[in-house]
Design a protein around this ligand. Structure first.
Ligand code: AMP
Length: 605
């Protein structure tokens, strides 16, 4: 195959979905034009394709993509899919958010032989979260391929149930290197039938010290196979690996522009299901007359929510799959014009929605995955405005938070349920602001304005004829504008502290999650927040710091960056880890193997 000149620059209206590394959330919208650099040494023709029709995909897959709301392939998909459909090796430089998962998942799914029930595709990821996420994407894309089974394998999950699934027949395996090695060694998974291997986030694998493990796995693969490497950056070590293992690969580079600032403030509220509706009403109290979109998981929930909000005098409409297209368009137009303030929607119905007025996105139900979250919150912060996003999360769902933070490259802050005091302060402030704004408008002092002159006459007449003071007239006017309801709320708020107590007790139960979350959000942890551990691997085992970081990060589920100093000696090493490691993590770390030796970790006195 002839090679094409590199450094092709292409202005594309396709999605640049990168929300990682400080990029904006509007860039997560397929509708926004973004300039991307495609550096492809692969195809002979300029890359320009409309829709997903011309890749040679099966009808089932094209339908699945349409259902997911994918209209156009992203630049990485445009460039990579044709190559991968041909069975070619590929080296892709692209970050999370560019649509790279679909870029490899779609063609690989199409190339699976559904009559053969053995592993055909292996995807290696640096972390278990990514393994779960990639497996989930495969499952979503495989809706039209009901015979294809996908399994995620990673450290810390039950080995035997994985063996059971493997025995029953799995075509696609997504896993972290350590666990995949275990399966290969124990022959619970035979790599000899593999036709394709994908290395996802190769540079992250390198950073976490997995490179030796990766090479070991690569060496076990059959000679004839397709190999695909994706990496956000291209350090020399990844280049070396690609030179050694990839055969005449197509090379694709997608660079996305970075935005100066993050425009969306993201927060979460931990809350049990039974209190969600009450919490929602309180959160809505704090919205500033801007458009709000509330995401719910099912059509039935959208209806229920809209009814309750309507009963509380909110100006609300529903947008779900049952709403006919022409009504949907009218509803969105009304939201745009301010005829309604709140839209209660399902993911599919609100895909691509572009209304500048939306200042707040509420994730009433947890999104299905981080992709959905990125799309949801991208409905606010439009056209350079700032926006707010609030996520309702049950105590059990909290472990997914770090996944979402990773997908958006931003911290999601904790938020309290607004109590009466907060709401009342807000209400008073809003009245003051509204009055101030109206009273200082030019029109009020404009002698030529008929309307104002008429109002002035009315006020003067009331004052003189009925002997009412200007202050009392103002008070009456405010009451009227409140339509008779009282300014302050005095609703029962005891449930808020009750919900808080529930949350705390379930947090205590979920120590593992707590340990991980606290440490992941505390990126500035100093050495004083760490304690020293001894692990029983050293120079003699040829261990490198990265091997220890990778193993511990994956098993304990903490961010590799929070692992402190590592000192390697002949037979053992010291490693500084965040304080307060729960016993269950400690125990599981003892058995973790690095360089084929158990860590047998112990606190260093
Ligand atoms: P990834 O880079 O694989 O993490 O994908 C980022 C996000 O882009 C995910 O939310 C995908 O569902 C979404 N996505 C991928 N391809 C497309 C497409 N062609 N159109 C719309 N969304 C897409």
């Amino acid at each position: 195959m002839t090679k094409k000149k590199s450094n092709e620059v292409l202005t594309s209206s396709s999605p640049d979905l990168d929300t990682n590394n400080g990029q904006s959330l509007e860039e997560a919208d397929p509708k926004i034009n973004t300039q991307l650099e495609i550096n492809s040494k692969s195809s002979d023709e300029p890359i320009n394709q409309k829709g997903f029709d011309n890749f040679g995909f099966s009808e089932g897959l094209v339908k699945t993509l349409a259902n997911k709301g994918y209209e156009e392939p992203t630049p990485i998909q445009q460039a990579a899919i044709p190559e991968l459909m041909l069975g070619r090796d590929l080296l892709g430089q692209a970050q999370t958010g560019t649509g790279k998962t679909a870029a490899f998942a779609l063609p690989l799914l199409e190339r699976i032989d559904e009559k053969e029930h053995h592993p055909q595709v292996l995807v290696l990821t640096p972390t278990r979260e990514l393994a779960m996420q990639v497996a989930e994407s495969f499952r979503a894309y495989a809706e039209g391929h009901p015979n294809i089974k996908i399994l995620a394998v990673y450290g810390g999950s039950d080995f035997r149930s994985q063996v059971y699934s493997l025995k029953r027949g799995v075509e696609i395996i997504v896993g972290t290197p350590g666990r995949v090695m275990d399966h290969i060694r124990q022959e619970t998974f035979r790599q000899t039938t593999l036709q394709c291997l994908v290395l996802d986030e190769a540079d992250e694998m390198l950073r976490m010290g997995f490179i030796d493990d990766i090479e070991w796995i690569l060496e076990q693969l059959p000679k004839e196979r397709q190999m695909v490497f994706f990496s956000a950056t291209m350090p020399p070590e990844i280049r070396r690996l690609s030179k050694r293992y990839l055969k005449d690969p197509a090379e694709i580079t997608i660079k996305s522009r970075k935005k100066e600032s993050q425009l969306i403030r993201q927060r979460y509220i931990t809350i049990q299901n039974s209190y969600k509706l009450e919490a929602l009403k309180r959160v809505l109290e704090l919205s500033q007359g801007e458009g709000v979109i509330i995401f719910a998981r099912t059509k039935a929930i959208t209806l229920k929510l809209a009814e309750s909000l309507e009963a509380s005098k909110h100006n609300v409409a529903v947008l779900n799959g049952d709403v006919p297209q022409n009504l949907r368009e009218r509803t969105v137009e009304r939201l745009r014009q301010g005829g309604i303030d709140i839209l209660v929607a399902t993911d599919v119905a609100a895909r691509g929605l572009d209304v500048e007025r939306i200042g707040l996105v509420i994730n009433y139900d947890m999104p299905f995955d981080s992709e959905a979250y990125v799309h949801r919150i991208g409905r606010t912060g439009r056209a350079g405005r700032t926006g707010n996003a609030i996520l309702f999360i049950s105590p059990r769902e909290r472990s997914f938070l770090s996944n979402l933070e990773r997908a958006v490259g931003q911290n999601i802050e904790k938020m309290e349920i607004p109590n009466n005091d907060t709401i009342n302060k807000f209400r008073i402030q809003r009245i003051k602001n509204d009055l101030l704004q109206t009273a200082t408008k030019d029109t009020l002092s404009n002698e030529d304005d008929n309307e104002i002159n008429l109002l002035k006459t009315v006020v003067n007449e009331i004052e003189s004829e009925l002997s009412i003071t200007p202050q009392n007239i103002a008070l009456a006017a405010i009451q009227l504008s409140n339509r008779g309801s009282s300014l302050l709320i005095n609703d029962d708020e005891s449930w808020i502290s009750q919900a808080e107590r529930h949350r705390r007790s379930s947090e205590r139960r979920d120590v593992r999650g707590k340990y991980r979350r606290r440490n992941e959000s505390d990126h500035s942890a100093t050495d004083r927040d760490k304690e020293r551990f001894r692990v029983e691997v050293g120079y003699r085992d040829k261990v490198k710091p990265g091997n220890i970081v990778g193993a511990i990060a994956n098993e304990a589920g903490i961010n590799g960056r929070l692992i402190g100093r590592i000192q390697i000696f002949d037979n053992y090493s010291f490693v500084d880890l965040p304080k307060g490691m729960p016993t269950n993590i400690f125990k599981s770390l003892k058995k973790v193997k690095v360089m084929n030796k158990e860590l047998n970790i112990n606190r260093h006195k």
